[in-house]
Design a protein around this ligand. Structure first.
Ligand code: COA
Length: 162
C-alpha cells in the first residue's frame, strides 16, 4: 500500500495514469532532464518509458508520488520516487522548472525518506546524482543524505541513513 503525504505546503499522492501527460510535459521542459539518462529525445520511447513506470507493480510502500501545492491542488508540479534499483532502493525527485527554488523538492522528499526508513524499515536508501547537479545534491544533503564515496561515470552515490 502506497500512502499519501501532506506537508506544510504540499500534497503527495501515488502517481497514476491521469498524471502521464503532465509528466511528459515536465520532462520536455528545458533543463529538466539535463543530468538524467533516458529516452527523452524520442517521443514514442519517452511515452512508453513513463507509461511503464506508472503502470508497473512496485514493492509494498514503494513507487512514485505526484506532488501538488495545497494552494493550487489541480496542477501537477512534479514527483518523488522510491523504487528498487538492483539490490538497493533509490529515492529521486523531479519538479517543473516553474517550481524550482522554493524548497518544494526538499519538502516533498522528506516524508518519503522518513517513510522508507521508519515505516518500511529499509536498511538504506540511495540517490545517484550527477556531480554537476547542484540542485539535486542540495536536496539530498538537506534531507540528511551523505556521499558514500561510490561513483559511476555520471553520478555520485548518496545514502541514508548515515
Ligand atoms: C533537483 C531539483 C528537484 C531541485 O529543486 P530545487 O527547487 O532547487 O530544490 P529545493 O527544494 O531544495 O529548493 C532549493 C531552494 O529553494 C529556496 N527556497 C525558497 N523558499 C524556500 C522555503 N520556503 N523553504 C526552503 N527553501 C526555500 C532555497 O533557497 C533553496 O536553495 P538553497 O538550498 O540553495 O538555499 C530540480 O532542480 C529539478 O527538478 N531538476 C530536474 C530534475 C533532476 O535533475 N532531478 C534530480 C535527478 S538526480
Amino acid at each position: 500500500m502506497q500512502p499519501s503525504f501532506e506537508t506544510d505546503r504540499l500534497i503527495l499522492r501515488p502517481r497514476g495514469l491521469q498524471d502521464l501527460d503532465a509528466c511528459l510535459a515536465m520532462d520536455r521542459q528545458p533543463g529538466v532532464t539535463k543530468f538524467i539518462e533516458g529516452p527523452w529525445d524520442d517521443p514514442v520511447r519517452h511515452r512508453t518509458f513513463v507509461l511503464d513506470r506508472i503502470t508497473r507493480a512496485y514493492p509494498p510502500g514503494q513507487g512514485y508520488w505526484s506532488i501538488f501545492e495545497k494552494d493550487n491542488p489541480d496542477r501537477f508540479i512534479g514527483w518523488v520516487l522510491l523504487i528498487p534499483d538492483r539490490d538497493d532502493v533509490e529515492i529521486g525527485w523531479r519538479l517543473i522548472p516553474d517550481c524550482w527554488g522554493r524548497g518544494y523538492a526538499t519538502e516533498a522528499a522528506r516524508p518519503v525518506l522518513a517513510h522508507a526508513l521508519s515505516t518500511l524499515e529499509l536498511s538504506r536508501v540511495i540517490a545517484d546524482i550527477h556531480p554537476d547537479n547542484a540542485g539535486s545534491i542540495g536536496v539530498a544533503e538537506k534531507i540528511g543524505m551523505r556521499p558514500t564515496g561510490e561513483a559511476g561515470d555520471f553520478y555520485i552515490r548518496y545514502v541514508a541513513p548515515v
